[in-house]
Each structure stands twice: as structure tokens, then as C-alpha cells.
Design a protein around this ligand. Structure first.
Ligand code: ZN
Length: 252
């Protein structure tokens, strides 16, 4: 079965710190390839406590969109878990350059556990098992950050991870399923995140088969994202849902 499982839907520091929403990232299973995207705080715990349990040894790879701690906290333990504690060299890790240099979030000794580490770049194309993905454009987000266009045999999934809105952002992400990190309910120009208004603009232009809102900041959580998604669906005539912790989306 092809699916995306949300091991967390928390965005920004307060929702993560207080664990009002979990922050374990996403587990994608597509064409028999398993990939973990952005293993934030609690990712391993969320895998093990999932029903049915998700076994990190089944992962083919891990993708890190950027080094912020709500996305990267569990990357090292997930790399250990994916490689049976480092005893079985396997799996690939994809991350921007600044995640492995200077003040790296991927520890040096853990790097030896995996089969390969690939550095993601703007306009990069990558292969993992039976799927491929690209990182079409560098985001505006303080640290080096890339969204993803993931392609399987019959499906395409775009993930617009953290970024400030910029002109034409939506044109880079044309997946049938479009996942958007919507941290802010109201626009705050000083903050490098998307607001609900930005998400609405993106969805109204792209009209994906399914839009999924996730990575919520405090005010988004308080505003009941499921109600927001329902109103947006009606307004735009596009199916839009809000992710919940533990939610599984059937890609087929
Ligand atoms: Zn971030």
C-alpha cells in the first residue's frame, strides 16, 4: 500500500516544546520504498508506538529538508535505528550542505553507519529505491532549506516545507498531492514561514488533487485546522485536509 503517515504535525517552537502536537515528521511508503522525512523530536518514539509499528530497519532512506531542530532532532537516532545500531551498513541520507558542515546536525560517527549521504542542492535530482525526487528551489528560511517533489510510478507528491513566501513559489510544486507547512494563522512579514493566506494562494493556483495542511504553529492549532481545511475546500473547490498526529493518507 502506498501511504503517507504523519508522525507529527507540530510547527515552530512552542507547539513542539509543549508537544501540543507531535513532531516526528512523515513516513512515506511508495512503490515499496520507505522514506522518513524530517525526523523531528520524538520521531523514533512515534515509529515504535505507531499501530501497526513502523520498523526503522525497513527504511530505505531519510530526507532532511533543513537543519532546524523541529525537523532534525532525531536524525542521528533514526540513522542508528535504520542501520541496526550501525551493525548493518544500509540506507541513504539526503540533507543540505549546512546540515553536515560547521555546526552539523548529523554526527560524524553516525555517518559511517549508512550506505551513502547525498548533499541536496537547488535543482537537484535524486533516486532512492523505486522513487525519485527533486529539490527545485532554495527556500527563504534562514538555513539552507529545500522542498521536495517526489515521484513514484503512478503518483507525485510535493512537500512545501518551511519557507517565507516568494513570488512563483507555487510554480515549483506540481504534485497531485501537495503538503504545505502552514505555521502562521496571520501573516507576519518578519517571520520566514508561510501563513494561511499564503497556503490559500498556493492551493488556489495549483489545484492539487489533494492538499494537506500541516506543521502548525500555536495560533493555527488554536484555530482548529480541520475547520480551516474544510472552509478552504469549499471556497477553492479542491479537496484540502488538515493533518492530524498519526494520520495515514492512502496515496492510491
Ligand atoms: Zn524551519
Amino acid at each position: 500500500m502506498n501511504k503517507i503517515k504523519f508522525l507529527g504535525t507540530a510547527g515552530a517552537r512552542f507547539v513542539v516544546m509543549k508537544q501540543l502536537r507531535a513532531s516526528g515528521g512523515m513516513w512515506l511508503t511508495l512503490d515499496d520504498t520507505n522514506v522518513m522525512i524530517d525526523p523531528g523530536p520524538g520521531s523514533l518514539v512515534r515509529c515504535i508506538s505507531s499501530k501497526p509499528k513502523l520498523n526503522p530497519m525497513d527504511l530505505d532512506g531519510i530526507i532532511l529538508t533543513h537543519r532546524h531542530i523541529d525537523h532534525s532532532n532525531d536524525i542521528n537516532i533514526m540513522m542508528e535505528a535504520m542501520t541496526n545500531g550501525g551493525f548493518k551498513k544500509r540506507g541513504a541520507v539526503f540533507a543540505p550542505q549546512d546540515s553536515v558542515e560547521r555546526d552539523p546536525v548529523i554526527l560524524n560517527y553516525v555517518r559511517n553507519h549508512v550506505e551513502r549521504i547525498e548533499i541536496m542542492k537547488e535543482k537537484g535530482n535524486y533516486k532512492l529505491g523505486n522513487i525519485s525526487f527533486s529539490t527545485p528551489v532554495k527556500h527563504i528560511h534562514g538555513v539552507e532549506t529545500y522542498g521536495l517533489n517526489i515521484k513514484g510510478k503512478n503518483s507525485s507528491i510535493s512537500i512545501i516545507t518551511d519557507t517565507k513566501y516568494f513570488e512563483g513559489l507555487e510554480s515549483y510544486y506540481n504534485g497531485d498531492i501537495l503538503i504545505i507547512n502552514v505555521v502562521m494563522l496571520e501573516e507576519k512579514p518578519a517571520i520566514d514561514h508561510l501563513s494561511l493566506k499564503d497556503a490559500e494562494k498556493i492551493l488556489s493556483i495549483n489545484k492539487p488533487k489533494l492538499g494537506i495542511l500541516t506543521h502548525f504553529g500555536m495560533n493555527m492549532v488554536k484555530a482548529k485546522p480541520w475547520e480551516i481545511a474544510e472552509r478552504l475546500s469549499e471556497k477553492l473547490g479542491t479537496k484540502i485536509i488538515a493533518a492530524r498526529d498519526g494520520m495515514e493518507v492512502d496515496i492510491d
